[in-house]
Design a protein around this ligand. Structure first.
Ligand SMILES: *Cc1c(COP(=O)(O)O)cnc(C)c1O
Length: 366
């Protein structure tokens, strides 16, 4: 079991629960869980906690899922002061519901908050917000293979004020959406477009924070990638080092047993990546977190030194990269077995099929 850091001791929150009287029928829930897709159907409730400069965190609520009243001058709509997280709830064979390393998501939300000048939500409140939602919407956690309930905590500036400064009124919400197997009919390698014209983040920018603006800036290059027949984009930094995809980290496997993943202050530090690399280290691989240039990637594949390249993140877990495509080249990537074998080990832990030797799981429904 994950132990939750008591940072500063915080007063427990007393959630006011308003049940959704128009909650989905059991038949409707069953129908959705049969084929949930991703991020299209939402559960019956949401959690929200207010923050103000004067009052701190207050008014914790569980309420029916629905539109958020927002003043048109709310600063999030003008200056994009927003952060979010992505974490899943997994149903085990005995029916119990667990989440994975929530302390890490809480810490990352706090780090994102610092960068976006938002208030830090204490780890206890973060975990409690997930528990509260599962307490009312636990029936939405699917039990099919590779299915989960995707939890989306987010925080934004709601103060109505057009001056540019950190908002003094902020809202934190959690919504949830059942998620099906990301790949239907087996994991498929993706084609990646090398974005040489656009970057997703710059040195000293917000690339390390999970903030909507990073995604907004990735949409145009992503559309360009699609127009070139690719599934995803890979971004470089100003030194031509590999950063990451729009929403997934990148990992390179070398034939001598080294595993290299990019490190820079503009890469989002993925919890999936960290977990997969820990499992690889447990198997005796040497993990290097360092800069890796696009030349080292292409030459490594050409010489056979690199035997596998994959992307990883909570939504898709692990995706092998099958081709690197750019202006004037289309290079097939070697497909190995490590990516899928690590994927299986990780999901076995998440779904309770294998011993959780690192204490990564936290039970949410008890
Ligand atoms: C969320 C995210 C990831 C993956 O992080 P996980 O914790 O593994 O889900 C990678 N890159 C970006 C830009 C992200 O927003």
């Amino acid at each position: 079991m994950t132990t939750i850091d008591a940072q500063a001791a915080v007063a427990p929150l007393d959630f006011a629960v308003t049940r959704n009287l128009a909650a989905a029928s059991p038949a409707r829930v069953a129908e959705v869980l049969e084929n949930p897709g991703f991020g299209v159907v939402f559960t019956d409730h949401m959690v929200d906690i207010c923050w103000s400069l004067k009052g701190g965190w207050h008014r914790p609520r569980v309420q029916p899922y629905g539109p958020i009243p927002l003043d048109p001058a709310a600063s999030v709509l003008h200056y994009g002061q927003e952060i979010f997280e992505g974490i899943k709830a997994y149903r085990h064979a005995d029916g119990s519901i667990h989440t994975f390393r929530p302390d890490r998501n809480a810490a990352r939300l706090q780090a994102s908050a610092r960068r976006l000048a938002l208030p830090e939500l204490p780890t206890e409140y973060f975990v409690e917000s997930l528990r509260q939602l599962i307490a009312v919407d636990g029936r939405w956690v699917p039990s099919g293979a590779d299915q989960s309930l995707y939890l989306r905590p987010f925080m934004f500036a709601k103060e109505a004020f057009l001056g540019v400064r950190a908002a003094q009124k902020v809202a934190y919400y959690v919504i949830a959406s059942p998620a099906g197997a990301y790949f239907t009919g087996g994991v498929k390698p993706v084609r990646i477009w090398l974005s040489e014209k656009h970057s997703r983040a710059g040195r000293g920018g917000t690339g390390k924070a999970k903030t909507g603006g990073n995604y907004a800036s990735s949409l145009l290059p992503q559309a360009l990638a699609s127009s070139k027949g690719c599934d995803q984009v890979v971004f470089l930094n100003e030194k031509n080092d590999v950063e990451e995809l729009g929403g997934m980290n990148v990992v390179f496997v070398f034939k001598d047993g080294r595993i290299v993943t990019p490190e820079s202050d503009s890469i989002l530090d993925g919890i999936t990546r960290d977990s997969l690399l820990q499992l690889a280290e447990d198997r005796g691989y040497t993990v290097e977190r360092r800069a890796i240039s696009i030349d080292e990637w292409r030459e490594g594949v050409a010489s056979g030194d690199i035997t596998e390249v994959f992307a990883c993140g909570t939504a898709a877990v692990v995706t092998p990269i099958g081709a690197l495509v750019g202006e004037g080249f289309d290079e097939p990537q070697p497909i190995g077995e490590l990516a899928l074998s690590l994927r299986e080990e990780l999901t076995d832990i998440q779904y309770g099929r294998r011993e959780d030797r690192h204490g990564w799981l936290l039970r949410l429904d008890a």
